[in-house]
Design a binder for this molecule. Structure first.
Ligand code: AMP
Ligand code: FE
Ligand code: FE
Ligand code: ZN
Length: 289
């Protein structure tokens, strides 16, 4: 007889706190997950596990299940490709070093972008620091918030569609490993890797079938196909590929608090799929609150 499940649905496996580019602290995010009626939530800040401890404390005694995770920045040429990683060992030396390297590269890149934007708009690096948390992962969202604070855009999304869009000429990439290396690192740390929002135009272009097959050979577990930024025409093709390659399918909100319109639980993952993630993971345990 199968053991009874310790986690509840609905299950949302992709959210961000102020440790990266979400607008709520990890504890506030856990409260928001409860208010939204979730049974299980994964915290997946960009390139950082710094929110795990606070999220764990906030989860205990609530009945919610927390899946500690991360959204690992990877890159193919100029295209950024995100890899969700669940239940890996947060003290794994390779991952600790690699994510520190990415966070540092993000910092340098953000400052360079701000210097160039500052030639055309009133904007300083201090403006951006004022929008981020100490030691947190810096990204374009923090520059966007600084642009909003300075009155150069009305919302984060408007800043992304304008000054921060690559077409505006200020965009710069930052160091990140290739996805194949990242998948291997996550597995080596006992984690379970899922390709985040793989049907956005840029990702589906840079990850054709042959490359996806190599990621599967290296240990890729699944594709996050139920996500608002995926393009329906690419989702249909990737669903067929997932069946062919034996990949699982996940769904999630990619909640960023007030930083994005995405709402908690707007897309969810099937309990059977989460069960497999927990079975395969050896690096960390879910937090059963
Ligand atoms: P970066 O990794 O620094 O290039 O910034 C990309 C991040 O910005 C992603 O994690 C997205 O979640 C976030 N982002 C992208 N587009 C938008 C948008 N329109 N509004 C708010 N956040 C966005
Ligand atoms: Fe983000
Ligand atoms: Fe992402
Ligand atoms: Zn995300």
């Amino acid at each position: 007889m199968a053991a009874a499940r310790r986690f509840k649905a609905p299950i949302d496996l992709h959210t961000h706190s102020s440790v990266s580019d979400g607008t709520e602290s990890p504890a506030q995010l856990i409260r928001a997950a409860r208010v939204a009626g979730l049974g299980t939530v994964a915290l997946t800040d960009h390139d950082s596990t710094a929110g795990w401890a606070e999220a764990t404390q906030a989860t205990l005694g609530t009945g919610l299940t927390l899946i500690p995770g991360m959204e690992f920045s990877t890159r193919i040429s100029f295209a950024s490709v995100h890899l969700l990683a669940y239940l890996f060992d947060p003290t794994n030396a390779t991952l600790v070093a690699e994510t520190a390297r990415i966070r540092q590269a993000r910092l340098v890149r953000a400052e360079q972008m701000v210097n160039r934007i500052g030639e055309d708009y009133a904007l300083s690096w201090d403006d951006v620091l004022a929008q981020s948390t100490d030691g947190g992962t810096i990204g374009r969202p923090h520059i966007a918030d600084a642009l909003v604070a300075r009155g150069h855009a009305l919302t984060r999304s408007e800043a992304f569609a304008g000054i921060l869009h690559w077409k505006a000429g200020y965009y710069q990439p930052h160091y990140a490993p290739d996805p194949l290396t990242a998948v291997k690192m996550v597995r080596a740390a006992g984690g379970v890797p899922v390709l985040a929002h793989p049907a956005t135009r840029s990702v589906s272009e840079v990850v054709p079938e042959e490359r996806l097959a190599k990621l599967v050979d290296a240990g890729l577990f699944g594709l996050e196909l139920d996500h608002r930024e995926n393009k329906p025409e690419s989702v249909a093709r990737l669903r067929e590929l997932a069946a062919k390659l034996g990949l699982e399918i996940t769904g999630s909100s990619d909640y960023h608090g007030d930083g994005k319109p995405n709402r908690l639980g707007e897309n969810t993952t099937a309990p059977d799929v989460l069960e497999k993630i927990i079975e395969q993971a050896t690096g960390a345990e879910p937090v059963y609150g």
